[in-house]
Write a protein that binds this ligand. Structure first.
Ligand SMILES: [Zn+2]
Length: 307
């Protein structure tokens, strides 16, 4: 009998070890699959030890362009709960997510915000809600409620974790507002390759200009580059910013065009738009990622006096 148990243990370890894309060997935990790192971080914080989490899109991954791999579909099929951003952020996964919608519990976290509070650009809802820290608390509430619904046994734990994290989000919201208010009003302009920061702009008083629009799918044209360069030169904006999940090409083109007008704009640093940093680093968490962005922006737009 002992021998048989031992054999079973070895066998289950072997299965857990090789099937990287499969549901983890039955841990008795709720298996949650998240698309982006931002929604994954909500699950990590609220679900804590009661949840086995798998995040499909890692650092540097662009969710607008991301297509589900066969391994992803396996994981999604095995999940007890699927959480994604929604508002068409995961544009190329729409069909897969829709198909699973009718078969198992799913939650589009960003769609928890009332429609009237969403930003509309070019006739579409801006999906980058996580940069409005105050409203991201609504996504947090929705995730906590969904976890409690799917796994009622641990509902009290999820609620406790959500309440504690809510306080941290409130603190972060205040930090963002206080830091950004230190930038001279005429220089409160955030220029990036794609238009991911409109919620940050609306929430904290930054004028936001993205070269490519709210998706990365369409590329910017020469006229867009020239118009933006003229704006930067006339307003003497000191810095523009790279994004970790978008090619630096467009931003380099703008820099060149500004230089041709006799003005120098520097790259103020790399900020996180649609992906977060490596897990295990501060920027691999939502709180650390937002702080990094705000500190980088404020430092560059105040000439290094921001910190
Ligand atoms: Zn985006």
């Amino acid at each position: 009998m002992k021998h048989a148990l031992f054999l079973l243990l070895i066998l289950s370890l072997a299965i857990a070890g090789c099937g990287g894309n499969d549901k983890p060997a039955d841990t008795g935990k709720l298996y949650v699959v998240a698309t982006t790192m931002q929604v994954g971080d909500l699950i990590r914080v609220i679900g804590a030890e009661h949840v086995e989490l798998s995040v499909l899109m890692g650092p540097g991954i662009d969710p607008h362009q991301y297509k589900a791999s066969a391994g992803d579909v396996d994981r999604l099929t095995q999940a007890d709960l699927i959480v994604y951003n929604g508002l068409h952020l995961e544009a190329k996964m729409g069909e897969v997510l829709e198909r699973l919608n009718s078969r198992k519990p799913t939650l589009a976290a960003a769609e928890a915000v009332p429609e009237a509070e969403l930003i509309v650009l070019d006739g579409a809802h801006d999906p980058h809600l996580w940069f409005d820290v105050a409203r991201w608390r609504l996504a947090l509430d929705a995730v906590a409620a969904k976890l409690a619904e799917v796994d009622p046994e641990h509902a009290a734990h999820y609620q406790t974790n959500a309440t504690a994290y809510r306080a941290q989000l409130t603190e972060l919201d205040e930090y963002c507002r206080a830091q950004i208010s230190r930038i001279q009003p005429q220089q409160r302009m955030l220029i990036t390759a794609h238009d991911a920061f409109n919620y940050l702009g609306r929430g904290y008083g930054l004028e936001v200009v993205g070269l490519q629009g709210i998706s990365t799918v369409t590329e910017a044209g020469t006229a867009d580059v020239q118009n933006l360069a003229a704006l930067i030169a006339s307003r003497k904006i000191p810095a523009l910013f790279m994004e970790t999940s978008v090619s630096p090409r467009a931003i380099e083109a703008v820099r060149e065009a500004v230089r041709a007008k006799g003005f120098e704009v520097v790259v103020g640093g790399e900020i996180y738009s649609d992906a977060m940093g490596d897990s295990g680093t501060p920027q691999g968490t939502y709180l650390g990622m937002v702080r990094h962005n705000v500190d980088t922006i404020v430092s560059a737009l105040t000439g290094g006096e921001g910190k």
